[in-house]
Each structure stands twice: as C-alpha cells, then as structure tokens.
Design a protein around this ligand. Structure first.
Ligand SMILES: *[C@@H]1O[C@H](CO)[C@@H](O)[C@H](O)[C@H]1NC(C)=O
Ligand SMILES: *[C@@H]1O[C@H](CO)[C@@H](O)[C@H](O)[C@H]1NC(C)=O
Ligand SMILES: *[C@@H]1O[C@H](CO)[C@@H](O)[C@H](O)[C@H]1NC(C)=O
Ligand SMILES: *[C@@H]1O[C@H](CO)[C@@H](O)[C@H](O)[C@H]1NC(C)=O
Ligand SMILES: *[C@@H]1O[C@H](CO)[C@@H](O)[C@H](O)[C@H]1NC(C)=O
Ligand SMILES: *[C@@H]1O[C@H](CO)[C@@H](O)[C@H](O)[C@H]1NC(C)=O
Ligand SMILES: *[C@@H]1O[C@H](CO)[C@@H](O)[C@H](O)[C@H]1NC(C)=O
Ligand SMILES: *[C@@H]1O[C@H](CO)[C@@H](O)[C@H](O)[C@H]1NC(C)=O
Length: 498
C-alpha cells in the first residue's frame, strides 16, 4: 500500500498472549471483550420452540435392538429380542422453564404422547435364531419429560450439560398382535416390553437431546464468530468464564480477540460491569472499544481501507455544494480529462474511542487525484480525520451517522509541478471536500460492507426487532428484541439432523 510507512509495530503492541476459562466471573470481567445477556422474555420466546427441538429429538433417535432370556418353568427358557422400534403420532403438550439462579435452567415438557411400534421375536430354549416366532406390538404412551441443563465453560465455548434428564411415563398401554399365544407368554412379554421400551426410550431421547443442545450451542457461537471474522482476520469469541444465570437473565462472557497474521490481540483491562446492561429488552450485546481497536488495525494492515473512485461517480460526488471554490486544476480534471480517478487509503493505523456522544474515530488518510496520467497524480494530499460516528439499525441495515469533529490537511502538493500547496483557499477546499464528500462516502461504503457481513449465511437466524445502539465511555451496547421465525428453526433442524 503506498504511503504506509508505519510498520506492524503499533499492531504488535495490541497483540500478545491469551487467557483460558476463569472460575470467578468478576475476575474474568477484565478479560472480557464481548458480553451477551439473554433475558427471561427472550428465553420465553426460545422456549416456544423447545417443543420443535424435542420433537426432532424423539423422531431422530435411533432405538437399538434388545435381547433377553427368561426361564418359563415347564417350557424351559424363552429367549426374545426386540427390534424395529419406531415412533409415530407424536404430539407435545406444553413446555415450561425457569431460570434457577447460580444453578441452571429447569425445563419441563408435559404430555408428550407417542405411539411406539416394534416386533418381538421369541423362541424356546436357544431356538431364537432358528425357530423364531414374531409378534408385532404397539405401545401408546404419555410421557412427562424433565431436563435441567447446566451451562459451563467447555473447550472455550458455552456448553450445556443435559445429563440431568428424566422421563415419567404416566400412560403405557401395550397392544400385542396375534392373540394365539398362551396368557403366561403374553404376561411375560408385557413385562419385558414395558421394561425395555421405557429403558430404551429414556436412554435414547436423553442422548438425542444432549446432542441437539450441543449442536445448537455450537452453531450459535460459530455463527457469531463467523460474523465477526472475514478473510484473514478472525475474532475469537471463546468464553472467559462460566455463564451466569440469575432469575432474570443468562449472561455469557467472551474474549473478543482479533487474530491476524498469527498475532492475537490482548484484552486485560476491560471496563465491563453488569450494571452496564439492563433487563427490559430481550437480548443485549456489550462490546469493548478494545474489541474494535485491533479489528480496525488488522483491517488497515490487510489493506481493507482503500477506496478508488472513478470518473462518473467522482463527477457526481463533486456536484455536492461546497462553500469554497474549486481550484482550476480540479475543475479541469473533472470536466476535461478522459477518466479522472481518486484513490484514497488509510495511511496510518486508525483508532477509536467511544463516549456518550458516539464513537470517535481517528484516521489519517491519503488521497491522490489522477487526471489522465495513471502514473503521476495531479493532486496528492494527507489529512487527519476525527469523526464522531453513531450507529443505528433499520430495515435489516446498519446505518452510520458521522459528525466531523476535526479535519485538518497535513500536507497537499501538486506532484506534476513538484510544488507544495500553501494557498489557504486551496487547502480549505481540500479540507471541505474531505469533510462533505469523503467522510460520507467512506461511511456509506462501510455500511454496505457491514451489512454484507450481517447477511452472511446464518446471521439472519433471528428477526431483530427495534434494535438500539448505545454509546458509552469505552464501550457500545446494542439491545433488541427478536422473533424466531418458525421456518428457520425447522430448516436448521433438518439440516443438522441429516
Ligand atoms: C495487559 O497487556 C499488555 C499488552 O500485552 C501488557 O503490556 C500489560 O502489562 C498487561 N497488563 C496486565 C495488568 O496484565
Ligand atoms: C395415529 O394417528 C392417526 C391419525 O390421527 C390415527 O388414525 C391412528 O389411529 C393413530 N395410530 C395410533 C396407533 O394411535
Ligand atoms: C395432559 O393432557 C391431559 C389430557 O390430554 C390433560 O387432561 C392434562 O391437563 C394435560 N396436562 C398438562 C400438564 O398439560
Ligand atoms: C502462521 O503460523 C503457522 C504455524 O506456526 C505457519 O505455518 C503459517 O505460515 C503462519 N502464517 C502466517 C501468515 O504467518
Ligand atoms: C485502487 O487502484 C490501485 C491502482 O490501480 C490498485 O492497486 C488498488 O488495488 C485499487 N484498490 C481497490 C480497492 O480497488
Ligand atoms: C448551495 O449553496 C447555496 C449557498 O450556500 C444555496 O443558496 C443553495 O440553495 C445550495 N444548493 C443546494 C442544492 O443545496
Ligand atoms: C479518547 O478520549 C479521551 C477522553 O476524551 C482522550 O483523552 C483520548 O485522547 C482519546 N483517544 C483517542 C485515540 O481518540
Ligand atoms: C495529525 O494527528 C497526529 C496524531 O494525532 C498529530 O500528531 C498531528 O499533529 C496531527 N496533524 C495535524 C496537522 O493536525
């Protein structure tokens, strides 16, 4: 990149070693760059979808074949096997949940009714394999299901331990087909099937729920990491400590560290405090400035902050009403030359600083205006730019509003004549053009870029409702409500359970 004289030194100073998962949340705060708070109303919206997930767990579970042997007096031994267990006519009544402070989540699913069908094979003595008889059966069941997931810090991610899982059968009606067998045999099978089906169903359903919980947790976190990562720049959103559960919310703490060219940033003095977030919206994200600083430094070093504007667009942009007069060489360039071009790029590592008025972004930019010649610019200039940026979100698009705080021209020259520009009016023209044309153009390019990142597959799993972006001292909070479109969940379950 031309003009990029500052070495990776500044970037290096932002990078170093990383920390693992800490036991105590409050000591982990200072290593935490991103916080996610999901409140009770959000959990209620998600709970409405729990039945879909449970349904998928039942239907997806594979039930293994079982075998047994029983002594039957005069007949000697009866061997039997259970196979082809299938489930149908599944319906789920109601699911309820509570947040148990410091403990976990209590989830109860009542009135799951389902019909299981299967085949029982049996034979006397060890004849099962050879002289087996077959008997089809059906079981009508009504089940209550309880799961008490605990959240923990596993492999740097939020993981759910769903091993506390139980099933209560409050109806279990068995129908055996082919009533030719003697009563004692039926009684034997009833006992066997009752016991075995209960055991198999419990084991498999709980296993499947565990798997689904893992997949969901992993998916959400991978989606979030993908959203923040692009090309050679990646953001580690691994957790710094175990998620916190209170009666009103679940809160998770993430590193938010940028990795670029094998260097990873450090956050060790984050200002996070739980008081920064309230409890009246469904979902909150807290971002430290320390997440964005290395991210924009990496973007700068990766050559992301470059903009080439050619002919037609340049002419349109310069139709903007400026109060200063266009120098003659600019006028001639725009009207006279075949295809004028403006090239602009960040010429030192940009930085930022958030306060209640917005995020103050400082950047040094270099611009070159080419008129005809592609090798030597007609005009070259360097500026210091400080802009207070505020963000809002509407119609699934991020909007950036920039309020120039200070824009100054460091140097301007006419390289073809090898002269510096000292004329105040000409310098003021450059300054005003940067402020009124350059800054809005760059913000609109950034808006498009960020919206592109948000549209990347998976990031639209939720319907975001009335989002707000709040700027505070050293951090940004975004808060929103959301809907969880039914079809997205169904698509997701179909894809993951393939
Ligand atoms: C925080 O990280 C920086 C950069 O690696 C280091 O210089 C500083 O000593 C660290 N501070 C603490 C309190 O660990
Ligand atoms: C399953 O549901 C269908 C349709 O409601 C019904 O006709 C059928 O009898 C049910 N099967 C059992 C075993 O309950
Ligand atoms: C379960 O279903 C039965 C009948 O289908 C109903 O009487 C009962 O109230 C339901 N229980 C719950 C907790 O929904
Ligand atoms: C990063 O490190 C790995 C292994 O240490 C190395 O193979 C790779 O070339 C490095 N990549 C860059 C961009 O430095
Ligand atoms: C801008 O133009 C220069 C010179 O043609 C080129 O090297 C650079 O890649 C271009 N940048 C972008 C973002 O198109
Ligand atoms: C341009 O500026 C002049 C003087 O400041 C003003 O009278 C005129 O209405 C402006 N035109 C536009 C299109 O903003
Ligand atoms: C950030 O803001 C503080 C207080 O307003 C100021 O002292 C500091 O220089 C600013 N830093 C940057 C990089 O803008
Ligand atoms: C540009 O910004 C740098 C860094 O803040 C500062 O050292 C320099 O004096 C500024 N130059 C002008 C002309 O404002």
């Amino acid at each position: 990149m031309p003009g990029d004289t500052l070495p990776l030194l500044l970037l290096l100073s932002l990078f170093g070693t990383t920390h693992g998962c800490l036991q105590d949340p409050s000591s982990a705060y200072k290593y935490t760059g991103v916080v996610c708070r999901l409140t009770y109303p959000a959990a209620a919206v998600l709970n409405e979808k729990t039945t879909k997930v449970i349904e998928a767990a039942f239907q997806h579970a594979r039930y293994p074949s079982m075998q047994g042997e029983k002594s039957a007096g005069f007949f000697g031994k009866v061997s039997y096997g259970l196979e082809n267990l299938e489930i149908y006519n599944l319906s789920i009544g109601r699911s309820d949940f509570e947040l148990r402070p410091g403990e976990g989540i209590g989830l109860e699913i009542n009135n799951v009714s389902a019909v299981f069908s299967g085949t029982i094979q049996y034979g006397y003595g060890s004849w099962l394999m050879n002289v087996g008889h077959r008997l089809d059966f059906e079981v009508e069941t009504q089940i209550d299901l309880g799961i008490n997931p605990k959240l923990y810090c596993g492999n740097s991610k939020v993981a759910a331990d769903t091993s506390d899982c139980y099933l209560n059968f409050h109806k279990f009606r068995l129908y055996l087909e082919g009533d030719k067998e003697p009563n004692w045999l039926k009684k034997l099978f009833t006992d066997f099937i009752t016991f075995t089906v209960k055991l198999v169903v419990k084991g498999q359903i709980c296993k499947e729920i565990n798997k689904l919980a893992d997949i969901l947790a992993e998916f959400i976190q991978d989606t979030a990491a993908d959203f923040l990562s692009d090309g050679g720049i990646s953001v580690d959103i691994g957790v710094t400590t175990t998620p916190l559960i209170t009666a009103n919310y679940i809160e998770s703490y993430h590193k938010g560290l940028t990795t670029y060219l094998n260097l990873t940033s450090v956050i060790n003095a984050s200002v996070f405090h739980p008081d920064h977030l309230t409890e009246n919206r469904m979902l909150y994200f807290w971002f430290s400035d320390e997440v964005f600083k290395p991210l924009i430094a990496a973007a700068h070093h990766d050559g992301r902050f470059q903009l080439n504007i050619s002919s037609e667009e340049l002419k349109t942009l310069f139709e903007t009403n400026l109060s200063s007069i266009k120098p003659e060489y600019v006028e001639k360039c725009l009207l006279g030359s075949a295809s004028p071009e403006l090239r602009a790029w960040s010429s030192s590592v940009p930085t930022l600083n958030t306060s209640t008025v917005g995020t103050s972004v400082w950047a040094q930019a270099t611009g070159e205006l080419y008129c005809g010649s592609r090798s030597k610019p007609t005009l070259s200039f360097q500026t210091n730019i400080t802009v207070d940026v505020t963000a809002s979100y509407a119609d699934k698009k991020l909007l950036l509003h920039g309020k120039p705080r200070q824009i100054s021209v460091i140097r301007a020259e006419l390289p073809q004549q090898n002269t510096l520009i000292n004329d105040e009016a000409q310098v003021e023209f450059i300054r005003e053009a940067v402020e009124k044309i350059g800054v809005p153009k760059v913000l609109s390019v950034l808006e498009v870029e960020i919206t592109r990142l948000m549209d990347k597959q998976g990031a639209n799993l939720f319907d975001i409702i009335d989002p707000e972006v709040l700027h505070q001292e050293g951090y940004i909070v975004t808060r929103m409500d959301f809907g969880f479109p039914h079809h997205l969940l169904v698509d997701f379950l179909k894809r993951t359970l393939q």
